[in-house]
Design a protein around this ligand. Structure first.
Ligand code: R5P
Length: 325
């Protein structure tokens, strides 16, 4: 159970919340949750693609939050966030928190081939160098990415939000299926909370271009509903492989749950063409287009959770307490 309590005590100077251009709807929702208005700013993209940000309200001595997610155009939104940080730092903000619900480049978190970058680390360096004092994000691709940052941060988990929604569905005779072994531990949490058995896909990627192949399914899905869980759906390639495998193994109704519904390239067409009972995701990136394409898409808002974390960070109260931790 998540304990929300949107009460701002304003212990840390006045709060200022700026929205980048990536997800104004979510920023507005967070501001409404906190009972404050979004701060005014001017955002310009010049013909030469250079981005300009001007804060139209003073941030001197303020506790500033920049809400900008890494939806498409990803690199523009990253750059815009960094420029926001720089403007806040030069405007003498007391504290700057980058709120990036979907942290990009999470899959580039290790040197697993010769001569490749660790771009997730580079992201952390960029955010810090631009002047951020803290960050807030949702479900990193790998928890260890927290360690790439030297500044404090809060990784908000969507697990309670998603699992409580699934609990309300009262699914019987269902199995949790993880898209790959990397998600096995989180899959086990879903299985334990929902009191369902667990099956895994053993997946091995065959190249860097998002193609992957299922080698085997570990666990029993025959004549059972399945709930496929993952951190993100990008092209939907992994999901299509899992779908084929569970169907070949006799699964009945198929639900899909992920934190980050990124849905790029062929993803929406692929998902639309398949008989999923329901696809459940959050709005860590905007979902209006996906919603118009997929009638069976349920979007749970992460706004109240982010708002509550921001309130607690602002007041210096425990964040773990929200989950009785
Ligand atoms: C992989 O490690 C992740 O958990 C997801 O399975 C992956 O990011 C999904 O990507 P795509 O939808 O392109 O297969």
């Amino acid at each position: 159970m998540i304990r929300l309590q949107n009460k701002l005590d304003f212990n840390y100077g006045n709060i200022k919340i700026f929205s980048g251009s990536s997800h104004p709807g979510l920023a507005q929702e967070v501001a409404e949750y906190l009972g404050v208005s979004l701060a005014r700013r001017e955002l310009v993209k010049f013909p030469n693609d250079n981005i300009f940000v001007r804060l139209e309200e003073s941030v001197r001595g303020k506790d500033v939050y920049i809400i900008n997610t890494a939806s498409a155009p990803v690199n523009d939104n990253i750059m815009e966030t960094l420029i926001f940080c720089d403007a806040c730092r030069r405007g003498s903000a007391a504290r700057i928190t980058v709120v990036m619900p979907y942290m990009p480049y999470g899959r580039s978190d290790k040197k697993d081939q010769p001569r490749v970058p660790i771009t997730a680390r580079l992201m952390a360096d960029l955010i810090q160098t631009a002047g951020a004092d803290r960050y807030i994000t949702v479900d990193l691709h790998a928890g260890q990415i927290q360690g790439f940052f030297s500044i404090p941060g809060d990784e908000v988990s969507s697990f309670h939000l998603l699992s409580e929604y699934l609990l309300e569905k009262k699914l019987e005779n269902a199995t949790i299926v993880t898209n790959d072994l990397g998600f096995a531990k989180k899959g086990r949490n879903y299985a334990a909370t929902l009191d369902m058995p667990l099956a895994f896909m053993e997946k091995r990627r065959t190249s860097n271009d998002a193609k992957s192949e299922i080698l085997s399914i570990i666990g029993d899905v025959n004549d059972r509903d399945v709930v496929i869980v993952d951190d993100e759906i990008s092209t939907g390639g992994s999901l299509m492989n899992t779908l084929k495998a569970v169907k070949d193994n006799g699964a009945r109704d198929i639900y899909v749950v992920c934190t980050h519904g990124i849905f790029v390239g062929p993803a929406l067409e692929r998902l639309k063409a398949q008989p999923f009972k329901e696809i459940i995701t959050t709005n860590t990136v905007p979902q209006m287009h996906a919603k118009s394409m997929l009638p069976n898409l349920t979007v749970l808002s992460i706004g109240p959770l982010i708002g509550e974390v921001m309130a607690r960070v602002h007041d210096g109260r425990s964040v773990g307490e929200m989950w009785n931790e």
